[in-house]
Design a binder for this molecule. Structure first.
Ligand code: FE2
Length: 175
């Protein structure tokens, strides 16, 4: 009887679990403008921290998932953001770098907290491209930033989950 009851419970719960997963991964991550400061051919690296940088450190991590929640191995993530003064490096590659997801679709970026620059709230730019797939250009945001509500590009769906000030998480879902 116990076994039978368990089977019935499993039969009820499995579709529920599928629904929950579908809700998590079904929505493709929103696209955003790349802005004026993207530069191709960034170096491959997981840390962007410059020697001697005194700005607060930031670690951002997450996964790249397909719409059916499958983790995507070998997806390209190309990050760029403003430095501690709110400036982009348009001559060289400071605070620019790309990396690829591991077998579980995971990525991890070590960097500094980008400064806010006039006209925008605090953000990180990123291009995500599944192997052989279409590029998703978007931006990541920080919760609780005063400028979020005044920034016309800001999208609450692109806010990272933060543990403390220095650790953010975000899963990209690509179509
Ligand atoms: Fe920007």
């Amino acid at each position: 009887m116990v076994t039978r009851r368990r089977l019935v419970a499993a039969a009820v719960l499995l579709p529920l679990a599928r629904t929950a997963l579908a809700q998590t991964c079904g929505q493709v991550t929103a696209r955003q403008t790349e802005g004026p400061f993207f530069k191709p051919s960034s170096p491959q690296r997981v840390t962007l921290i410059e020697p001697g940088a005194k700005a607060p450190r930031l670690v951002v991590s997450g996964r790249v998932l397909a719409r059916d929640c499958q983790p995507l191995k070998g997806a390209l993530l190309d990050f760029w953001h403003a430095d501690e003064q709110g400036d982009y490096d348009n001559r060289d590659f400071r605070y620019r770098g790309h990396q690829f997801t591991d077998a579980d679709g995971r990525w991890r970026l070590e960097t500094i907290l980008p400064a806010v620059y006039p006209g925008r709230t605090r953000h990180i730019h990123v291009k995500v491209q599944p192997a052989g797939g279409r590029i998703l250009t978007t931006q990541l945001y920080f919760p609780g930033e005063p400028e979020n509500q005044r920034d016309g590009i800001f999208d609450p769906e692109l806010v990272m989950r933060m543990s403390g000030r220095g650790e953010g998480a975000f899963d990209f879902v690509v179509g």
